[in-house]
Design a protein around this ligand. Structure first.
Ligand SMILES: Cc1cc2nc3c(=O)[nH]c(=O)nc-3n(C[C@H](O)[C@H](O)[C@H](O)COP(=O)(O)OP(=O)(O)OC[C@H]3O[C@@H](n4cnc5c(N)ncnc54)[C@H](O)[C@@H]3O)c2cc1C
Length: 470
């Protein structure tokens, strides 16, 4: 059943708020339904945004309440971020967190609230089951990231869009919802602009799901309906480091380092500002999972410090400083006749390029023999490997994944239903909320879980009202 939202021309709507008054005569008032006229008793859900959360929410609303008119209004193309996600492979979710308490720890914003029922209702296992039962083969990689076996995000997009079509969800593209209010009837009145902005439609909805990601327009819609917005700011970014010789190591990886962020603005000890994991040298500084996790947990502090601070790296976290120094002394005795630059204890697990960097930074001539290296130099090298400070001078751009911290506070919605506590029949899901996860599929999981809960709740409400009307 193809259904549409009711479109109210401004000129016909007596209850339109001043927001709906067009200020320019260039904008025409269009009097047509978005697809087909709706039947009088039929309720309508409008979903703002055709991203992961909006599309998943729409599908689940329609699954529970097939009679409900469901319309997704998308300003661009649906599922654009899914397309580019995970380097084009789409890291759908994470399969390493069977325990929801552990899963919640991957959300710098959301970790406390997500310890509750959110993932019990629809967690990673449910996401995987849903996609598998809809024909997408998935695989889990060693680090827990879940991808389509095809290694292509198109598998996810094709699956979702085929379900949208099959269930009769209407998708309206190149249209932006620019304003919203609640009419005396209790219905939502939306102003929808056809892009590029030529004319405006007015759309009525019984239920509204705002799933507009990190778009400013989406935050404005939430504010118009009475919500506050936690200042949006970037999360998941790399660090620009003030060290030209480090940049020459671009491409060097460290499988396991311990990184600690020290910022003037943060006096207390915050455990999450220390992370352990892989790190990568880039041509502008440092990246890799350990750095990205640090950027996510430190997002707010880094923002207020102007992205300046100190990064302290322990390159060999599994070795105690004492053992490390003894290994250096042992190596000196064993390889006395070798040049320092040519050998080092293999237990360090570092590359030769990095070893040269360490020697340069400590002012040790690599061409001397191990026999001639002073004890002070050994101590100094050992200290640098365990406790090396880098100056963070800014935020790098990480193209594979980045998200926005901030948005609608979780305290203003009920996580059992995703309904607003301020405005009834208004729902939110996905990145518009003040939620963000670290890398590894956690951000999409937030979108799937929120979309599912909002969609099934709306479907349930619509179904009860439908049955009551029969
Ligand atoms: C390059 C990149 C790669 C990523 N890779 C991964 C990954 O592999 N795994 C992972 O878990 N996360 C990944 N993420 C994060 C993930 O993409 C987001 O967390 C997720 O897309 C959020 O889904 P959403 O539906 O809430 O928002 P979005 O996907 O941003 O969708 C919101 C939609 O709403 C539309 N919209 C906004 N305002 C309006 C309006 N007023 N009217 C109409 N339409 C509107 C937008 O055009 C957009 O299509 C990646 C992010 C980026 C940028």
């Amino acid at each position: 059943m193809a259904v549409a939202a009711a479109v109210i021309p401004k000129c016909c709507s007596s209850s339109s708020s001043s927001r709906f008054v067009l200020t320019t005569t260039l904008k025409k008032c269009f009097v047509h339904a978005i697809s087909q006229p709706i039947k009088s008793k039929e309720e309508v859900l409008v979903v703002v945004g055709g991203g992961a959360a909006g599309v998943y929410g729409a599908i689940h609303a329609k699954t529970v309440a097939p009679h409900l008119g469901v319309v997704i209004i998308e300003q661009g193309k649906p599922l654009t971020k899914v397309k580019v996600s995970g380097g084009g492979r789409c890291n759908v979710t994470n399969g390493h967190c069977a325990d929801n308490m552990i899963l919640a720890e991957n959300y710098p914003r959301g970790h406390k609230e997500f310890r509750g029922p959110f993932f019990n209702t629809h967690g990673p296992v449910d996401t995987v089951s849903w996609f598998v039962s809809h024909g997408v083969e998935l695989k889990i990689e060693d680090d827990g990231r879940v991808f389509p076996v095809s290694n292509s995000s198109s598998s996810i997009i094709d699956c979702l869009m085929s379900e949208v079509k099959q269930r009769g969800v209407s998708v309206q593209t190149r249209k932006a919802v620019t304003a919203v209010s609640v009419a005396n009837s209790g219905k939502f009145l939306l102003e929808v602009e056809q892009l590029p902005a030529r004319h405006v439609e007015h759309v009525e909805a019984d239920y509204l799901l705002i799933a507009s990601g990190s778009s400013r327009q989406g935050y404005a819609l939430a504010s118009q309906l009475g919500h506050s917005i936690v200042d949006p700011m970037p999360s998941l970014f790399t660090f620009k480091i003030d060290d030209l010789s480090l940049r020459e190591l671009s491409g060097v990886t460290f499988p396991r380092v311990k990184v600690r962020l020290k910022l003037d603005s943060v006096q207390k000890n915050i455990p999450q500002l220390t992370q352990v994991g892989p790190m990568l040298v880039t041509h502008w500084g440092l990246s890799g999972p350990a750095i990205l996790r640090l950027s996510a947990w430190g997002a707010r502090y880094l923002f207020s410090s102007g992205y300046k601070g100190k990064l302290i790296v322990d390159f060999i976290p599994d070795l105690h400083v004492g053992s490390l120094k003894s290994m250096l002394v042992q190596h000196k005795n064993q390889f006395a006749k070798q040049k320092v630059v040519n050998s080092y204890p293999p237990e360090f697990g570092i590359t030769k390029r990095f070893w040269s960097y360490v020697l340069d930074r400590k002012g040790v001539n690599g061409d001397i023999l191990w026999a001639s290296i002073s004890n002070n130099s050994l101590i100094s090298i050992g200290s640098m490997l365990k406790d090396c400070t880098f100056e963070v001078i800014g935020k790098g751009q990480f193209k594979d994944e980045f998200v926005t911290a901030g948005g609608v506070p979780l305290s203003e919605i009920s996580l059992n239903t995703m309904e607003s506590k301020i405005c009834s029949r208004l729902f939110f899901a996905g990145e518009i909320l003040n939620v963000d996860g670290v890398t590894g599929g956690f951000n999409f999981q937030n979108a799937w879980s929120g979309g599912f809960i909002a969609g099934t709740t709306i479907g349930g409400l619509a179904l009860s009202r439908f049955k009551a009307m029969l």
